[in-house]
Design a protein around this ligand. Structure first.
Ligand SMILES: Cc1ncc(COP(=O)(O)O)c(C=O)c1O
Length: 389
């Protein structure tokens, strides 16, 4: 068929703003230009050795070759619950308060199908991880954007959501440590979210994918640490960033058992769970000693220090992140986010992400990822120095 008639949910997806950057990137690559890619949130460090070994052994066991259970292996859910207890002091019942996911993206994308009827509203951070909006759109819902502003420490101002919106709102997405701004949130904000969700009957989905990428010992908290959180919400977690396992596709959601059961019901009708050998490797990861993740954090912290001191030296507006491997950089006044991204790519061979690609409020910023070695960051800074001089 030459021109299949597309469903509205596909046609209504926002334009892929990164496509223009991709095009220019490919052109530069074909010319043999030495690109420094700070555009992607994908760790360049390898998965720890013992996780790989465990996968190898588990892959040889025929019992792992069959369909896995929908909710995930009990042993994996137990390991996730135990990890949450150790890391956050949050007790979880592995049989009803942990759900295995094919990466947290999968759970985030499917959650709106469980809670939104057509026309219902999801409250979504702007700028934000694009899957919150895409999942909402696919479920026939509408997104109401919550601007994240620097003057509010990139936290949404919940008091400003109009009453008419709140009447139709069913779902609230939040994400701290935050992609793309790298902001973190504390107990006061999370307690406010619980009160807000109770008052307006919202399901809270907190995306905690970056909780283990933190600096200077400032460990981010879990939403579930605050009183009442488990009554109103769930938290998504991922092994992707914590253990350099983005390609393995494993994550989990924890929290309210009824919310998880509803998400599980959607999933059991659409997917058949995570390959058990990968779940066994996940157990290995969750039981790793802190010293291994400490090493990973040390690498990112050194890179953060390099990039931040370089960017500040160039007079750019940037707050040093205390978590995530992203740096959210204010663009010089004469540029838009997109123009500055293109300028860096075209004139300095540096790939970044325009903040406007994450939502309207991302205008005026670019995102740089610390997913290249330190010497490449130094090289990026000196190229920018020549360009902006
Ligand atoms: C904020 C945020 N949440 C969730 C994800 C999804 O991660 P995964 O599906 O690998 O668990 C990402 C990936 O980049 C992300 O940035």
């Amino acid at each position: 068929m030459a021109n299949p008639k597309l469903a509205d949910r596909i046609r209504n997806l926002p334009p892929y703003l990164f496509a223009a950057v991709d095009q220019l990137k490919q052109k530069a690559q074909s010319k043999g230009i030495d690109l420094i890619n700070l555009g992607i949130g994908d760790p360049d460090l390898p998965t720890p050795e013992s996780i790989i070994r465990r996968l190898q052994r588990a892959a040889e066991n025929p019992a792992n070759h069959q369909y896995p259970s929908y909710d995930g292996m009990f042993a994996f859910r137990q390991a996730a619950a135990e990890w949450y207890r150790r890391r956050f002091g949050v007790p979880l019942d592995p049989s009803s308060e942990v759900l295995t996911l094919i990466g947290s993206k999968e759970g985030i994308g499917h959650a709106p199908l469980a809670f939104l009827n057509p026309g219902d509203v999801a409250l979504i951070p702007d700028p934000g991880y694009p899957v919150y909006h895409a999942g909402t759109l696919f479920a026939g819902g509408r997104s109401h954007w919550l601007p994240l502003k620097r003057e509010n420490h990139f936290l949404p101002d919940l008091d400003r959501v109009p009453k008419s919106i709140l009447k139709r709102a069913r779902l609230l997405f939040i994400n701290y440590p935050n992609n793309p701004t790298s902001a973190t949130a504390g107990p006061e904000f999370f307690a406010k979210v619980v009160r807000f969700a109770r008052r307006h009957g919202l399901v809270v989905c907190h995306d905690n994918a970056y909780s283990e990428i933190y600096f200077d010992g400032a460990r981010p908290m879990s939403f579930l640490e605050v009183d009442g959180a488990k009554e109103v919400g769930i938290e998504f977690h991922s092994l992707s960033k914590t253990f350099n396992m983005t390609g393995w596709r494993i994550g989990f959601a924890v929290g309210n058992s009824r919310i998880l059961a509803a998400l599980g019901k959607v999933k059991s009708n659409l997917d058949s769970g995570v390959f058990q050998a990968v779940q066994e490797a996940g157990i290995e990861a969750l039981n790793l000693k802190d010293s291994i993740t400490d090493e990973i954090r040390k690498v990112y912290q050194e890179r953060r220090d390099t990039l931040i001191s370089g960017l500040l030296g160039l007079g750019l507006k940037v707050d040093p992140p205390s978590a995530t491997f992203y740096v959210w950089v204010g663009v010089p006044k004469r540029f838009t986010a997109m123009k500055f991204t293109m300028h860096l790519l075209d004139r300095a061979g540096i790939v970044t992400t325009p903040g406007s690609g994450f939502g309207k409020s991302g205008q005026g910023y670019i995102r740089m990822a610390l997913t290249v070695p330190n010497d490449r960051l130094m090289e990026a800074v000196s190229r920018m120095e020549r360009l902006l001089a």
